[in-house]
Design a protein around this ligand. Structure first.
Ligand code: E4P
Length: 238
């Protein structure tokens, strides 16, 4: 079980990687666009891949054209050994080329693929059958549609076990701190988390209050000790 960081900002990756709590990074074109990353994809991906190596970085293709997906997958995976290529399970109109590309890349080109934007156990199961190294289900989006993603995770985990498929289940689209442990317990191998949410998992208001109490009391104890020593030395002088 592991936590990945869902960001395209190298500074955020460095910050959490140093803490020893992440085992990989995921990005997508929307995350990169919204986080205002101004670097070209190649530079940004190489920087992140270097920071987290040997842990994996998922970089998503930016096209749905069959040949261009191949070309981009080959190019992206040549940038660093730990780059995994992210491809959506089908195209914007339900095009099926994507799984063919995934199958080819995994079985003939030794390129690891993270099949993404999936909303159900059955989609993930088929992506796993096609040979995907990672299958990404978007938990928050599934819940927002009115289905409980926990049930989908359990179903998928059982299917992968029954069919002896090696794909790792990634749960993305986290919305609440509670999602992380709940989804891992349901059978996700990995949950990919936004930096703020990860921070929210660590920082607790009552912990802050407790730490303040420890520090205040330590300072008070030191002050009293100094005061006692002063009195003692003054008494000796008299
Ligand atoms: C995961 O790999 C995705 O990049 C991400 O978690 C999608 O989340 P969203 O539903 O917030 O767009």
């Amino acid at each position: 079980m592991a936590i990945f960081l869902d960001t395209g900002k190298v500074e955020e990756v460095e910050q959490f990687h140093k803490l020893g709590i992440i085992r990989g990074v995921t990005t997508n074109p929307t995350i990169l666009y919204r986080s205002g990353v101004k670097k070209v994809l190649k530079d940004c991906s190489r920087d992140i891949a270097r920071v987290i190596a040997p842990y994996p970085l998922s970089v998503e293709v930016t096209t749905n054209d069959r040949q261009k997906m191949f070309d981009q997958a080959k190019e992206f995976s040549s940038w660093a050994e730990n780059i995994v290529v992210k491809i959506t399970v089908h195209g914007p109109e339900g095009e099926l080329d994507n799984l063919e590309v995934v199958h080819e890349l995994e079985t003939r080109h030794n390129i690891r693929v993270n099949v993404t934007a999936m909303m159900s156990a059955q989609q993930c199961f088929l992506a796993a059958m096609a040979g995907a190294t990672y299958v990404s289900m978007f938990g928050g989006r599934v819940n927002n549609m009115g289905y409980n993603v926990v049930e989908e995770i359990k179903k998928l985990s059982k299917l992968l076990e029954d069919f002896k498929l090696k794909s790792k289940i990634i749960l993305g689209s986290t919305r609440e701190v509670l999602n992380v442990v709940e989804w891992l317990h349901a059978g996700a191998h990995i949950v990919t988390v936004l930096p703020n949410l990860l921070k929210g998992m660590i920082i607790h208001p009552y912990t802050k209050e407790t730490v303040k109490m420890f520090l205040d009391d330590a300072a008070k104890a030191e002050e009293e000790l100094l005061k006692d020593e002063r009195i003692k030395s003054e008494t000796l002088r008299i």
